[in-house]
Design a protein around this ligand. Structure first.
Ligand SMILES: [Zn+2]
Length: 95
């Protein structure tokens, strides 16, 4: 049977079962190894105000926030891109 992707769109390997995570955008349940997770630094202070305060020497706290998305949302938000058929079969990571 022809394969669309080298790793079937996941990084599970021969593991039997993986836990599920919830997409932070649409709420869909996706397997942990298929979900696209991105970590961004988040600051509770408004960015314009934060840059002004940092110029004056204040230290603004930033916290890492990890969000996991399903494939549909990750493509819609531009985190990952649609790749050509021959490019998909290369042994490259998902992102
Ligand atoms: Zn989603």
């Amino acid at each position: 049977m022809p394969k669309k992707r080298e790793n079937r769109g996941r990084r599970k390997g021969d593991k039997g079962h993986v836990t599920y995570v919830t997409c932070d955008n649409c709420g869909k349940r996706v397997p942990e190894d298929k979900a696209v997770c991105v970590t961004k630094m988040y600051s509770p202070v408004d960015p314009a105000l934060a840059s002004e305060l940092e110029k004056k020497g204040a230290i603004i706290a930033r916290y890492p926030v990890t969000k996991c998305y399903c494939i549909n949302c990750a493509i819609f938000m531009g985190i990952i891109k649609i790749r050509a058929e021959d490019e998909r079969k290369q042994k490259a990571p998902l992102r």
